[in-house]
Write a protein that binds this ligand. Structure first.
Ligand code: N01
Length: 534
């Protein structure tokens, strides 16, 4: 290793980057992380919109690499709010003294692979937006999967006279909507979480909905200290059970088909899961995500709930999805549907008549201008590949990642891609990422990368690179598993359908955490099968 060449550069300091810095440092590697924000947190640093909170329970959505850490941290609610999660990540950075390895307010703009020469081993030259270049043997992209906001190119967008906001780039000082007329464009998780709270504050909210989504109640509540103590006394056991869980959560899989029980029993199960289990509702029966007939029973149940919760029949109809539940990411809400019973909330169906443009006064749909003082874009993200492609990544012979992925992203195990030696991705396309408890997925990825780096160091090797054949086979396997699931047949951000021109294909691995982790382990046992080690 040469003097000025670091062992590793880590891009991003969210959950993935923070753990990566800690893990690699502990193993004795020299590490420099770069983070565009002025603090750690990633997604939880940028998303500060009203109502932003996690849809995975806080006792699971946390690191498990250090028992003292998980024993000392006190979660206050069943689903942690954004400020609490941000405090947690900040605490982790301080507790393990990680900040000195992270350069904040610095965005990585480009990274280029340099072949080994007589003078130097293979390495990456990384350029940052302050004009500096840095060298490291390895580069780890911990740049997030929902971190590149998508702002639709609506004609006249910049002509708007009021303030506009994207939920994923919310002002740190918050926004006071009192006395204002507000437009919210988008009804995914971010819209569904923020609309009820904006409606409580604003004079009027006009929601522009293109596609209605399924939302189930979060059932958020304060965490009882006894409950938390009980969890902590069994944390090891709970974490072990989580690793056996399909979504890296400690729930036993439902054994039965939704079609194998009586109507009354099915209704009772749905009612109980609706009231208690949030996102896990889609696992109430074993086949909801695999059989259209089974799925219809759950979809119909939620459609019935929407009719019950929304007073106006026409509005309820507009809010009712016509696709299978779980096909697109389900949302978890607090008072979303009843919000449409408020006098100060209007729903505009822009599927029937799309937004024509934004004008200085507001949002124009056909001949109608909806006059507003502020616009909230809850329009989502260029998911999974957006942050990777935002960096000008160039592998062997100057090949850009954009060229390599022109037909769709391909990454072996979602960890590495052929033509880009010594580059790792955390939660890359082809890994379970957004379909599981992300923090557990992140720890598994970083641990795998760390073991691989130690393997390379111990053997005095220069480089690791995914092989084209195995990368192709993994992508084919991913496609095949996706097609067996309801999710494989829906246009969604999982497939890149929300970004005009983005190549299609189901990006996350649908086969579940245990199968995925086992694949990764088997690859190592077989001497890093599918990788060239030189
Ligand atoms: O984004 P989305 P999100 N004109 O892509 C609409 C995670 N998350 O930020 O569906 C008009 O889901 C778009 O319409 P359509 C979670 O994984 C988690 O809400 O394309 N509308 C859609 O309604 C989530 O799934 C949490 O027809 C336009 C909306 O904008 C993921 O992040 C909280 C439009 C975008 O919905 C993304 O959620 C928040 C246009 N031109 C987020 N373009 C929790 O933990 C887009 N839309 C709870």
């Amino acid at each position: 290793m040469r003097d000025s060449t670091l062992d590793l550069i880590v891009v991003g300091a969210g959950f993935a980057g923070v753990y990566a810095v800690h893990k690699f440092r502990r193993l004795g590697f020299s590490v420099q992380a770069f983070e565009a924000g002025d603090d750690v947190g990633g997604t939880w640093y940028w998303n500060r919109y009203p109502g932003c909170r996690c849809d995975i329970e806080s006792i699971y959505y946390s690191y498990q690499f250090d028992d003292d850490l998980q024993q000392e941290w006190e979660w206050s609610e069943r689903y942690a709010s954004q400020p609490e999660i941000l405090s947690y990540i900040r605490h982790v950075a301080d507790r393990f003294d990680l900040r000195r390895h992270i350069q904040f307010n610095t965005r990585v703009t480009a990274a280029r692979f340099q072949e080994a020469s007589a003078d130097a081993p293979s390495h990456w030259t990384v350029t940052t937006d302050d004009g500096q270049t840095h060298r490291a043997r390895f580069c780890v992209m911990a740049s997030g999967v929902l971190s590149t906001p998508s702002l639709p190119d609506i004609p006249g967008r910049d002509s708007f006279a009021g303030d506009s906001y994207h939920t994923g780039q919310w002002p740190h000082q918050g926004v006071d909507f009192r006395g204002l007329k507000v437009a919210v464009i988008g009804t995914g998780s971010s819209g569904i979480q923020s609309i009820p709270l904006i409606a409580e504050q604003a004079e009027h909210v006009t929601v522009f909905q293109r596609t209605p989504n399924y939302a189930v109640p979060a059932g958020n509540r304060p965490l009882d200290p006894h409950e938390l103590r009980e969890v902590k006394s069994r944390y090891g056991e709970i974490r072990a059970a989580s690793k056996r869980g399909f979504t890296a959560l400690p729930f036993k899989p439902a054994g039965r088909s939704a079609l194998a029980v009586s109507d009354a029993e099915r209704e009772e199960v749905y009612e109980r899961w609706w009231r208690n289990y949030g996102l896990a509702f889609q696992g109430a029966f074993a086949d909801l995500l695999f059989s259209e007939d089974a799925n219809r029973t759950a979809s119909d149940f939620v459609r019935g709930k929407i009719r019950e919760l929304v007073d106006d029949e026409e509005v309820a109809g507009l809010l009712t999805p016509d696709f299978p539940l779980g096909c697109r990411r389900m949302c978890v809400d607090t008072d979303y549907y009843p919000t449409y019973n408020r006098d100060n909330v209007t729903l505009v169906d822009i599927r029937r008549e799309p937004i024509d443009g934004i004008v200085p006064e507001g949002v124009r749909v056909g001949e109608t201008v909806h006059a507003v003082d502020a616009i909230v874009f809850a329009t989502g993200y260029d998911a999974i590949t957006g942050a990777l492609l935002a960096v000008d990544l160039r592998g062997r012979d100057g090949l850009s990642l954009e060229e390599k992925w022109a037909e769709g992203p391909r990454a072996y195990l979602g960890l590495a891609t052929q033509g880009f030696p010594n580059l790792f991705m955390v939660n890359g396309p082809g890994s379970p990422s957004v379909l599981i408890n992300m923090v557990t997925g992140i720890e598994q990825h970083v641990d795998w990368i760390a073991d691989c780096l130690v393997h390379i160091r111990d053997r005095g090797l220069d480089a690791i690179e995914a092989k084209a054949g195995e990368e192709h086979d993994w992508a084919a396997h991913n496609d095949e598993v996706a097609q067996q699931s309801i999710r494989g047949n829906c246009a969604s951000w999982y497939t890149g359908a929300n970004i005009p021109g983005k190549p299609g294909g189901f990006m996350p691995y649908v086969g579940g955490f245990p199968a995925y982790a086992e694949h990764c382990e088997r690859v190592v046992e077989k001497g890093y099968r599918g990788f060239d080690l030189t």
